[in-house]
Ligand binder design. Structure first.
Ligand code: SF4
Length: 195
């Protein structure tokens, strides 16, 4: 079941969902939720947020999925072929991210671009490539969870010798001179600037 179906089922049950400014979901009335509904909302959270924020996109995606499923079943075709035909009927190019996050755990195009950019950047900071990939992968999960903590490795204040230039220039309140950067530990720092 996709996010639009889930939302429709909840609406029929008299339960409304909305997205808070923090990106979390608000449920009204939460007391009406069954255990199964609670679990379904939790596992589809990202797709639900997207469906609530972009309802037209979500219903188009739903129509596409439905048409592809009909073609696949009635035409006894492979899913891939059915999706290509559905895309032709819709007059739209096939979405390369249709089987990626937030529909599945696979990284979407944007996440892959960020992942490779981070790996390159971490390697340039002296991290070995294997560790750089592991760190960049952990940041994919961090971003999906909406965690606002960052690593010094992502900060433009970190120099090529692993020192915090922002602290040396007195840009971090209460810190004068040296500050030992926590290169690969997630934390919050007022001096952080995206690299
Ligand atoms: S400004 Fe903060 S986040 Fe950036 S390198 Fe220095 S200590 Fe790390």
């Amino acid at each position: 079941m996709g996010a639009p179906d889930l939302l429709q089922g909840l609406r029929r049950a008299g339960i409304a969902l909305s997205v808070l400014p923090s990106g979390d979901l608000a449920v009204q009335p939460a007391s009406k939720l069954s255990q199964d509904q609670r679990a379904a909302i939790k596992s589809h959270k990202a797709a639900i947020v997207q469906a609530l924020q972009h309802p037209d996109e979500a219903s188009q995606k739903e129509a596409f999925e439905e048409r592809a499923a009909i073609i696949e079943h009635d035409g006894e075709m492979s899913r891939e072929h059915a999706e290509r035909m559905a895309a032709e009927i819709h007059g739209e190019p096939l979405d390369p991210d249709r089987h990626c996050w937030p529909q599945t755990e696979a990284m979407n195009t944007r996440e892959i671009d960020r992942f490779t950019g981070r790996v390159d950047s971490f390697v340039m900071c002296g991290v070995n490539p294997v560790k750089a990939e592991r760190l960049a992968y952990s940041l994919v999960t961090r971003d999906r969870e909406g965690d606002d903590r960052r690593m010094c490795l992502e900060c433009s204040g970190l120099d090529s010798k692993g020192r915090c230039t922002s602290a040396r220039r007195g840009r971090i309140e209460g810190v004068i001179g040296l500050l030992e950067p926590v290169t690969h530990i997630l934390h919050r720092c007022e001096g952080f600037e995206e690299r």
